[in-house]
Design a protein around this ligand. Structure first.
Ligand code: HEM
Ligand code: HEM
Length: 198
């Protein structure tokens, strides 16, 4: 019989999917504002602007609320886990083998750090764009460039993320972990040799 181990708690999974859904909604509404062909096709610009801004505010609020209302200690442990880079992580990034990995490999740790940083940059530049339309004191050169630039980089990261999560044969088993919560024990041992599941 196949043995499974728990990879993600309920709070972690809810956090991931709330983040992903919010991001995709913001990407869709942001692209309608950004691409002239989509803007003409959809029309109703003021409505899309409002949906985009308030979805952004709601998105960040939910991302803060989920850890507070859920398994707070678990999320604090997760933050420490992804924050810590050891020698094996450096070896992994430099492609020096052997470099056994913990619950998250060095690439995933980097992805998490960048995702968190981008969320903050989206929020700050988005708030400046919103207030800048209402008060010229908040109108700073480069705000649009920052908001758009972060979108481009985040998009490249997402394409890589989706390739690893749903296409690449060696890693796509991870999808089971982020949906059902568990992964095969032998898969975990192969990809995350230093991780000791509970
Ligand atoms: C906290 C989150 C966010 C807030 C508060 C926010 C806010 C805003 C605001 C106020 C605008 C200006 C709308 C206008 O007047 O036309 C804007 C534009 C835009 N946003 Fe966001 N945003 C957020 C997150 C995101 C995310 C996650 C993405 C994409 C992944 C994104 C993509 C865009 C794009 C493409 C534009 C159009 C910029 C342009 O016209 O050059 N935003 N955003
Ligand atoms: C919508 C489709 C998406 C799918 C199918 C998906 C799939 C996954 C999977 C399978 C994992 C677990 C990997 C592991 O076992 O450690 C994961 C983790 C993660 N996802 Fe997603 N994801 C999606 C969207 C997103 C989006 C939009 C973001 C951010 C904007 C995101 C950010 C993350 C982060 C930061 C992690 C933890 C680190 C990592 O594994 O890279 N995901 N995702």
């Amino acid at each position: 019989m196949t043995a499974y181990v728990r990879r993600f708690s309920r709070t972690e999974r809810i956090l991931h999917w709330a983040n992903a859904l919010g991001f995709l909604l913001l990407l869709a509404t942001g692209l309608i504002l950004y691409l002239p062909s989509l803007a003409v096709l959809v029309g109703r610009r003021p409505l899309i602007q409002d949906i985009h801004f308030w979805s952004g505010v709601g998105w960040v609020t939910i991302l803060v609320a989920i850890p507070l209302l859920g398994d707070r200690r678990g999320i604090a442990r997760l933050a420490r886990e992804v924050d810590r880079f050891d020698r094996d992580d450096v070896r992994w990034l430099l492609r020096r083998s052997p470099a056994p990995q913990g619950r998250f490999n060095a690439g995933q740790k980097l992805n998490t750090a960048l995702t968190a940083a981008f969320t903050l940059l989206f929020l700050v530049s988005g708030l400046l764009l919103w207030f800048g339309e209402r008060d010229t004191r908040f109108r700073l050169a480069g705000t649009v460039l920052l908001h758009d630039g972060v979108m481009y980089v985040a998009l490249v990261l997402l394409v890589g993320h989706l390739y690893l999560a749903v296409i690449h044969p060696a890693t796509r088993h991870a999808l089971r972990g982020i949906t059902l919560g568990t992964v095969r024990e032998d898969w975990a041992a192969r990809h995350h040799a230093k991780w000791r599941p509970e």
